[in-house]
Design a protein around this ligand. Structure first.
Ligand code: SN0
Length: 327
């Protein structure tokens, strides 16, 4: 595995999901693997879980970690080629990424969608510049269109909680629902796109539910079943994954604030006693009511905890490939 920026970089997702659960049992069993290797974590946007869990994962592998909030602490970066840099940008991404690559063996990059120009966001301009110029493996810490570290942790959590009782069919092949929920701000589609990419490769019944005109890019949602009636989608569900995203077709727009899409106790009562999932941060009583997120069915903290083991499984593979290539 050369980079980890989407599921396309992974030969077989199960080769990361099962190892992550093994790592959870003995997180320090390979604490020498990353000795004298440096992970750089570069943030263009805010982060809590991704930053801390990836740092912790690297430490469990014996790596050194350097972190930079590049938007607030770095020089203003120029992304376009051939520009006369006599304006506000002080350094070109060509040099910045190449220099970071000199200091790091693996570079993690967080760069959210700007939600203004769909073509620019969906071409993953910034992430690809890092791939082009840093000359080391690139780890996505959420890019404009995808959040694969989150999705891997989500798959690990679903795998962990679905009982292996072959006699109970609904549990061996659980029903997983990704539901849109309201939010006051325009948010990226990355978490939802990425969840679709990963879950459609798992042996589950997957249903996507959102108001009309919130369809995701088909390149990510594939032929996932869409149910526009949220209550109907929830029927018999084993996992409810809630997330807001802004419109893809009316790019970056908030088309609906329909409060009736909030996840409530009543809605959860239509499910098969489903577990409640969210990537966090979550707006309480907008996306989900207190009584759902505070209930025993809420697994958001366990889900966030699993971010460490997902990141560790990924870093392990990236380290192995560095070793193989003799870097
Ligand atoms: C980000 C998103 O992509 O939706 C990160 C999720 C892991 N979420 C937000 O930006 C939420 C911000 C807010 O104001 O609620």
């Amino acid at each position: 595995m050369k980079h980890f920026t989407s599921i396309q970089d992974v030969a077989n997702p199960n080769d990361l999901i099962a190892p992550a659960l093994e790592i959870k049992k003995t997180p320090y069993s390979t604490s020498q693997l990353g000795m004298h290797k440096t992970l750089g974590l570069i943030f263009f946007n805010s982060s809590l879980r991704t930053r801390l869990s990836t740092q912790k994962a690297a430490q469990n592998l014996g790596m050194d970690v350097i972190v930079m909030n590049v938007s607030s602490d770095g020089w203003a970066l120029e992304m376009e080629d051939g520009t006369v840099m006599n304006g506000n940008t002080a350094e070109h991404i060509k040099e910045a990424a190449a220099v970071m690559g000199q200091y790091c063996d693996i570079l993690g990059v967080r760069t959210f969608a700007g939600l203004k120009d769909r073509k620019y966001d969906y071409e993953e301009v910034i992430l690809n510049k890092f791939k082009q110029y840093a000359n080391c493996p690139i780890l996505s810490l959420e890019s404009a269109t995808l959040h694969p570290l989150q999705s891997l942790a989500d798959m690990v959590t679903i795998q962990e909680l679905k009982p292996n009782n072959k006699s109970v069919k609904s549990w061996t092949r659980p029903k997983v629902v990704l539901t849109w929920a309201p939010h006051p701000k325009a948010l990226p589609q990355a978490v939802a796109n990425s969840f679709c990419e990963w879950i459609t490769k798992q042996d589950v019944e997957f249903v996507l539910t959102h108001p009309e005109n919130y369809e995701l890019a088909e390149s990510f949602s594939g032929n996932a079943k869409i149910e526009y009636n949220q209550n109907k989608a929830f029927e018999n569900a084993d996992f409810i994954y809630a997330k807001n995203w802004s419109s893809y077709h009316n790019y970056g727009q908030v088309l609906s604030n329909d409060e009736s899409w909030m996840i409530t106790k009543e809605k959860m009562s239509f499910t098969n006693n489903a577990k409640f999932m969210h990537c966090l941060p979550v707006r309480r009583n907008v996306v989900v009511s207190d009584d759902v997120i505070d209930s025993n069915n809420s697994i958001v903290i366990q889900q966030a905890g699993n971010r460490v083991f997902a990141a560790q499984a990924v870093l392990k593979e990236l380290l192995k490939s560095i070793e193989k290539n003799g870097q």
